[in-house]
Ligand binder design. Sequence first.
Ligand SMILES: Nc1nc2c(c(=O)[nH]1)N[C@H]1C(S)=C(S)[C@@H](COP(=O)(O)O)O[C@H]1N2
Ligand SMILES: [Mo]
Length: 418
Amino acid sequence: MTNVDLVPSAGNGLFDRRSFLKTGFAGGAVLLSAAAPGAEREAWMNAPGAALGEIGLPSEHEAHVVRVGQTSAPGTTGAGVTRTPLEYLDGIITPSRLHFERHHSGIPPIDPGQHRLVIHGLVERPLSFDLETLARYPMTSNIQFLECSGNSFTMLHDEAPQRRCSEMHGLISVSEWGGVPLAVLLEEAGVSPDARWVVAEGSDAAVMSRSVPLDKALDDALIAVYQNGERLRPSNGYPMRLFLPGWEGNASVKWLRSIKVTAEPAMSREETSKYSDLQDDGRALMFTFPMGVKSLITNPSFGFTLRAPGIYQISGIAWSGAGRIARVEVSADGGQTWADAELDTHVLPKCVTRFRTAWRWDGGPATIMSRAVDEQGNVQPTREVVMQGRAKQTFSYHINAIQAWRVQQDGSVANVHA
Ligand SMILES: Nc1nc2c(c(=O)[nH]1)N[C@H]1C(S)=C(S)[C@@H](COP(=O)(O)O)O[C@H]1N2
Ligand SMILES: [Mo]
């Protein structure tokens, strides 16, 4: 094993992030002993391969990489969630077919030719747009995350649930979202001086609606029609959705049919009895929009087993609704000492950043965890801090606590409370 260049940086086997990149650290590669490659033809080299196809599908050997934990409300098939299999993915983009889903009443079978978006209320000129007219406005695209504010709620449970990373945290995905800035359309409609909010309404059976402050609508809100270069998937809002970068997923209304400009928020179901955080004094916080700074080690995580002591790559994702990730630290000794992780090339605002670091597992129990800091100086809090002042419940929103995984002596990985 050639790890002489690895420079220790923190307790229990963490290495300096610069030495991590420079060293081709030997993980599990097998030394070639006899025959060089090419001496024998593999079985699949003896006949022409499979036919061309109109659509590329994943390898049949990757059939386990599917959305996780499909659950729907009793008596329904389409009201519930599926989660992104974070622990099987790398990089920052979520393949569209694995983007998490959250529907309040299923996916509406919208005919794009008939679908309209209307902008009305406190405007000089109420307007109606179909897909074709929308396409004539200037478009833009950005790679950004979407996270349901109900993500990670099982971290609140007294006992750390023995569940996969995705089962706990898979309500976050990243796409390149393309579409028309809402500001452009509002400008054309002519917003009245007394307007302060817009109320967005979906074309699903739930008629899900959310109020958005006018400032956000005029800042970076998007009427998204493209996702990773193709039209939105039906599950993600086809043919058009509101996309609010960095904000709780619920407010990014899918299957968008109406934007009503108003003076006051609508106080709809999803912003009163739901998606508001109950405090321990019996009051609830009104409107928590941006998602807090957060990170997760996706690998190793619960469900994986380290085969033998040696050098491993710890890898994960970090993001913040406030902007770019400035720094991710990793600990291998349960938070006593920390070392900076290496960030992949793309550190984009309101997007997921991939981090990595090298770690030597000595074969003993070790608690690994990550902590993110964003460009505004927000530091990812501990579970204890996140729970301060909250009503004691098994479900709550906006949980961005530090996640810890415990590598046990047999190499298996457990979920533990930090
Ligand atoms: N019309 C409508 N918009 C909606 C929803 C819905 O049920 N109906 N679910 C919301 C919630 S709670 C979330 S987290 C995101 C999920 O978006 P996705 O399914 O594309 O991941 O959409 C939001 N927009
Ligand atoms: Mo959500």
